[in-house]
Design a binder for this molecule. Structure first.
Ligand code: BGP
Length: 489
């Protein structure tokens, strides 16, 4: 048998960058948009130290009440974003200058259905994304659209406490169908839910749930996830019908757990921790709940309410590809209460071999290769790295330039490992670095946690001109794309 080893990225590899509506658009109350859950992500004092150890934000019912009553007392940076709403032409032109083949963005549910409950969509909201996709098309950039990226109309939190309620499924299906129908000639790459596995970490961010109102958080996370699985499967089914040539994927935050030692108990713990993470794509790829969850649910008193027909929906709505965000790996060790911690990424254990980012995120490029190999072994489906990047404080030098060699170094090492994974046989569709333009942080609502190739003149309090400047990494990434990942110098 002749052996063929891939030597690099395929010629149609999708290079680009990724964003989310709530972190870039701003214009939170313009064009008929309703308020979203993310419009209540307040910027809080402790974040200023840059040492917050969290991934996603939570809001309690008391906080929400207070934010609604006294909005002027707080700052909500996701309300202003980087004003992509008005500056999208300039931004897309810059992406095109870098040679982007793909641009990942999300559609704000509340821009299309302001409360989520309307019968018909908000035309102004739909028209906005038409303009964005048309602008992409001008440069031959394919949009990769996430239907749900960490936001939903706040009304659905107030009325139903988010995805804990089954009522959200038909409401989301309606939204998804409207969007798929409207953009069927403009968008062929889709992702249903962003990082659904983060429901285990923040119920508010992932599922619009005020967690102080629920008794059993873990059970709620799985119940909300069950509803999202169904909503995702229904969106996949609709997509197949409306846009037969499209590709639609699921997505998780991939955090590979390494065992702390060679002790078998630690190894088993790592395996179980990885199972709890991969549970999400397992359902969305295989169309059914994996058997290992039965024991986990039983031992943790988790009862998921289902209805006849749910199994069928999951079976019929399996995805075409698996997308991941990848920022770090994780260390697992055996402990009696491991079940409580499993899957929550709440590990205090440091990996002594890895350096940390300024926000204490372990930097592990080889972990990306390991993740890709494991995912491909498990699913045999094309993979897409749709988020990866370094959140760092950038300084504007006296000459006006931003010398972000640390970011170049980070991305270079991750691309090298992706390339090794391709040589190892992984089918990789594309790579979109997170926050290709500086944007508001998801977890901390900071502007100073920057990921971009493009600097945006804006501080944590929303002050600045919002002018865009090319960083050193901009020129470097352009070369990378031009050479299809060969020139990484
Ligand atoms: C992912 C989210 C993104 C993003 C990124 C970086 O989990 O999908 O929305 O923001 O993480 O996180 P942060 O912004 O908290 O640094």
């Amino acid at each position: 048998m002749k052996t063929l080893i891939e030597t690099g990225f395929s010629k149609d590899f999708l290079w680009g960058g990724a964003t989310a509506a709530n972190q870039i658009e701003g214009a939170y109350n313009i064009g008929g948009k309703g308020l979203s859950t993310s419009d209540f992500a307040a910027y809080k004092d402790p974040y200023q130290s840059g040492k917050v150890d969290n991934f996603t934000f939570n809001v309690s019912s008391k906080e929400l009440e207070e934010y609604i009553a006294n909005p002027d007392q707080y700052q909500f940076p996701k309300r202003w974003g980087i004003n992509f709403y008005e500056r999208y032409k300039e931004d897309i032109a810059l992406f095109a200058e870098m040679g982007f083949k793909v641009f990942r963005l999300s559609v704000s549910w509340a821009r299309i259905f302001p409360t989520g409950l309307e019968e018909s969509p908000n035309e102004e909201g739909l028209a906005f994304y038409d303009k964005v996709f048309d602008e992409c098309a001008k440069y031959g950039i394919e949009p990769l659209v996430t239907l749900s990226h960490y936001e939903m109309p706040i009304t659905l939190t107030q009325k139903y406490n988010g995805w804990i309620s089954r009522e959200l499924i038909p409401l989301f299906e309606k939204f998804a169908k409207v969007v798929l129908e409207r953009y069927k000639h403009k968008v062929k790459y889709w992702i249903t839910f962003n990082e659904m596995n983060m429901n285990l970490n923040s119920l508010y961010t992932g599922a619009g749930v005020l967690e102080d109102l629920v008794e059993n958080k873990l059970e709620t996370a799985y119940q909300a996830s069950h509803h999202q699985f169904l909503a995702s499967a229904l969106a996949v089914k609709a997509c197949r019908k409306i846009i037969p040539h499209a590709q639609i994927g699921c997505m998780i935050n991939m955090i590979e757990a390494y065992a702390k030692t060679t002790k078998p108990e630690d190894q088993l713990q790592a395996l179980k921790s990885n199972q709890l993470n991969l549970f999400y794509p397992d359902v969305q790829v295989q169309g059914e709940y994996p058997r290992y969850m039965n024991r986990f649910f039983a031992e943790n008193n988790i009862q998921i309410h289902t209805q006849p027909g749910d199994e069928q929906i999951l079976k019929e709505g399996t995805v075409d590809f698996v997308a991941i965000s990848y920022y770090m790996s994780h260390v697992a060790e055996f402990r009696e209460d491991a079940a409580k911690l499993a899957g929550t990424f709440d590990s205090p254990i440091k990996n002594e071999y890895l350096e940390l980012s300024q926000w204490d995120w372990p930097i592990d490029p080889i972990g990306l290769r390991i993740s890709l190999l494991k995912l491909y072994d498990r699913y045999h489906l094309p993979l897409f790295v749709c988020e990866n990047g370094l959140g760092a404080r950038d300084e504007v030098a006296p000459d006006g330039k931003i010398y972000d060699d640390y970011r170049i170094d980070y991305i270079r090492k991750h691309i090298m490992e992706m390339k090794e994974a391709v040589k190892d046989g992984v089918e990789l569709m594309g790579y979109t670095t997170w926050g290709c333009i500086d944007l508001i942080s998801c977890g901390t609502s900071q502007m100073s946690k920057r990921y971009g190739f493009i600097y945006v003149d804006l501080d944590d309090e929303g002050k600045g001109t919002m002018d865009r400047t090319r960083k050193e990494s901009f020129h470097w990434y352009k070369k990378v794309i031009q050479s299809n990942g060969e020139d990484l110098t």
